[in-house]
Design a protein around this ligand. Sequence first.
Ligand code: KDG
Length: 316
Amino acid sequence: MPELITFGESMVLLTPPSVGSLEDASMFLRSMGGAESNFAIGAARLGISVGWFSRLGKDPFGAYLLKKIRGEGVDTSQVTFDPIYPTAVMFKETKAVGNPNVYYYRRESACSQMKPCDLDEGYIAQAKILHITGITTALSDSCRETIYQAIEIAKRHHTKISFDPNIRLKLWSMDEAREVLLDLAARSDYFFPGEEELNLLFNTNDRNIWKKRILDMRLPCTVVKLGAEGCMVLENEEFTFVPGFPVAKVVDTVGAGDGFAAGFLSSVIRGNSYVEAARIANAVGARCVTFYGDIEGLPTREELDAFMGTRGSEVE
Ligand code: KDG
C-alpha cells in the first residue's frame, strides 16, 4: 500500500502545437493535467510509493488518464468510474510571452460527483501523508465534503495532511476561496502556499504581515514558494530562505508547484530535513519550468541528480 496518497481531478489537456489563439487552432496535441496526479507522478518518478484516486468518466478519456497515470507507477486501485458524467477536459492557449491561458471544460464532470462514501478508510489510514489541494474543494459541494471527510479519517489514524491551496479563480471567487483555504491550511501538517497565493489569502503584499500570520497559525511545517527566488521554510517558529536553481529559459510554469510539493514530500519521506527537502523541491520545480506541459519536466531521481549537479544552490 502506498505511503503517500492524494486525490483530485485529472483532465485531458489539449494544446495546439503552435503559439496563437484557440479560435484559430485546428490541431491539438493531447496530454494530461491535474494538480494531484501531477504531484503523484512527480513522487512516483522520484521512487516513492504513491497512490492517486479520483472518479473518472466511463469514456475513452477516462481510460486514457487511468492508463497514463498507472503507467507512471502510481497506485490507482481506488479509482472509480462514473457511468453518466464525463472526464474533464482542459485547453491550454500558448502565448508568445508569459504563462498560457487555460480553459476548463469540467463543470458537472465525473470527479465533481465524488462523495465522502467513495473514500476507503483503510487506504487513508495506512498512508504516511495525504496530499490535498484547494482545487478539489472548488469543484462541488460533495467534493468539498469529501476533502473534509478525508482529513477527518487521516487525523483519526495519524496520517499527516499536506495542503497546497492551488488557488484557481476560474473555479470560485477569492472571497469564497479564502475562508475554505485558510480553514484547510489550519488543519494541515505541511502547507505549500505560493507567495502570490499568500498575497491573496491575507489580502496584503507585505511579506512581514503574512509571515506573522503564518507564524500565528503554528503549523508544523510551512513552505512558501517564491518562484525563481526559491522558497522559505517555516519550522519551529523560524523562517529559513532556501535559494532556487537558476535556469536558462522558463517555458511553462504550470505544474511546477505540484512538482515542488512532490519533491519536498518525497525527500521528507526519505528522512531528510525540511531545509534539504526544500532544496530538492526547488530543483524539481526549476526543472519543470524548462519543459512544456504539466508532467513532462518531472524528473526521475537520476535526472534530478544530473540537474542538481550542474547547477549550484547554497542554503543560507
Ligand atoms: O497545477 C497544475 C494544474 O493547474 C493543472 O494541471 C490543471 O489541475 C489543474 C487545474 O485545476 O488547474
